[in-house]
Design a protein around this ligand. Structure first.
Ligand code: XMP
Length: 331
C-alpha cells in the first residue's frame, strides 16, 4: 500500500531527525498503541529505543511471553522485561477496593519504569502511544514539548521533581483504525494489531476481592478458554461477513472471578468450588455496550471446557447485562 508506505517513511524520517543520536525510552504494555510506536521507532532508530515492559503478573495467559517474543525476535530494539510480579503481589495482598487496586498498580508502574530509566545513560526522549482521540479526550496539552505526565493505565502520573523527557508521539495524528493499519504494515502480528481492549490494571480488576496466586491461576486458565473459543467464533464471523467488528462479532470478552463459592457435584463427590463469570459484549467505543447474544452451542462449549479443564471451578455463569446500567468490567 503506497499510502501507508509513505506515511511510515515520513514518520521514520521525522523520528530520526528529532532523536539524532540520543536514547528513547518507551513503556511497552503489549497493547496496540505502544506496540505500534515500538515498531515504528524500531524501524527509525533500532537499538536507540529501550522498550520497558513492566510485567505486573496480571496479564493474560501467555501474554508476557508473546510480547517478549515479538520485540526480541522480530524487532531489533533494546527490550527490558521487568519482572515485577512479586512486588505487585505484595502490594496488592489483601486489597479489595477496586480504585485502591488501580492506584497501587498505576503508581507502581511508574516506580518500575522510572527505576529502569535511571539505570540507563542519558535518556532524552520518552515515546508514547498517544493517539488523536486521546488528545481530544484530555483536551489538554503539554507545555513546550516537555512531558510532565505519562499516559499510563488511564492515569496521568506526574514525574518526580527535576525529571523531564522530550516527548515523541508519532501516533498523535491517527485514529485507532489507522494505527492498526500502520501496525499491520510494519509487520506486527494480528494478535497485537487486533487485540481487544484490556485494562491497564489487568486481571486484578477481574478478581473480585483480594488478588492471590490461586485465584490468578484459575482466572488465567478460564480466561484463556474464553478467548480461544471467542477468537474462533469471531474468526468464523469475519470469514462469513468480511467485517471485523460486525453486527454479531464480539468486541470484548473475558472471564471474571467473583469472591464466592458454590456447591456442585463431580462423580459421587460434592464439590464446593468457584464459579467463573463469562462477560462478552458488543460495542464500538466502550461507552455503551450490549451483552453479546452468543449462540447456545458456543456458550455450551465454553462452559463445558472451563469446568472440565480448570481445577477449582464447578460452575459458569453468563453476564446478561448491558452498559448502562452495568459497566463492561466488574470493578
Ligand atoms: P467499563 O468497565 O468502565 O470499561 O465499562 C470501559 C472500557 O475501559 C476499559 N477499562 C480500563 N482500561 N484502565 C484501562 O486502561 C482501567 O482502569 C480500566 N477500567 C476499564 C474496559 O476494559 C473497557 O474496555
Amino acid at each position: 500500500n503506497w499510502n501507508m508506505d509513505s506515511i511510515i517513511e515520513e514518520s521514520v524520517t521525522a523520528i530520526r531527525e528529532k532523536v539524532g543520536g540520543d536514547r528513547v525510552i518507551l513503556g511497552l504494555s503489549g497493547g496496540v498503541d505502544s506496540s505500534v510506536v515500538a515498531a515504528l521507532c524500531a524501524r527509525a532508530i533500532g537499538k536507540q529505543l529501550t522498550c520497558v515492559f513492566v510485567n505486573h503478573g496480571l496479564l493474560r495467559k501467555n501474554e508476557p511471553e508473546e510480547v517478549e517474543e515479538v520485540f526480541t525476535r522480530q524487532f531489533d530494539v533494546d527490550f527490558v522485561h521487568v519482572h515485577a510480579e512479586e512486588r505487585y503481589a505484595e502490594l496488592l495482598a489483601g486489597v479489595t477496593d477496586p480504585e485502591q487496586k488501580r492506584k497501587i498498580i498505576g503508581s507502581q508502574f511508574w516506580n518500575e519504569f522510572f527505576s529502569v530509566a535511571q539505570d540507563l545513560d542519558g535518556v532524552k526522549f520518552l515515546a508514547q502511544g498517544t493517539i488523536y482521540p486521546d488528545i481530544i479526550e484530555s483536551g489538554a496539552r503539554k507545555t513546550g514539548g516537555k512531558a510532565s505526565t505519562i499516559k499510563s493505565h488511564h492515569n496521568l502520573i506526574p514525574f518526580p521533581d527535576g525529571v523531564h523527557f522530550d516527548l515523541i508521539e508519532p501516533l498523535d495524528r491517527f485514529f485507532k483504525d489507522e494505527v492498526r493499519a500502520l501496525g499491520t504494515a510494519l509487520g506486527l502480528p494480528d494478535h497485537i494489531v487486533h487485540r481487544q481492549p484490556f485494562p491497564g490494571p489487568g486481571l486484578a480488576i477481574r478478581i473480585i476481592g483480594a488478588v492471590d496466586p490461586e485465584k490468578l491461576e484459575i482466572l488465567k486458565n478460564a480466561d484463556a478458554i474464553v478467548r480461544e473459543e471467542l477468537d474462533a467464533y469471531n474468526a468464523r464471523l469475519f470469514e462469513e461477513t468480511g467485517e471485523r467488528n460486525g453486527e454479531h462479532s464480539v468486541w470484548q470478552y473475558f472471564a471474571v472471578l467473583p469472591d464466592v463459592k458454590s456447591v456442585g457435584v463431580m462423580g459421587d463427590e460434592r464439590t464446593y468450588a468457584r464459579p467463573v463469570i463469562l462477560r462478552a459484549v458488543e460495542s464500538s467505543d466502550a461507552m455503551t455496550a450490549d451483552w453479546a447474544k452468543l449462540p447456545y452451542d458456543v456458550l455450551a462449549r465454553i462452559s463445558g471446557r472451563i469446568v472440565a479443564e480448570v481445577p477449582g471451578v464447578n460452575r459458569v455463569a453468563y453476564d446478561i447485562t448491558s452498559k448502562p446500567p452495568a459497566t463492561i468490567e466488574w470493578e
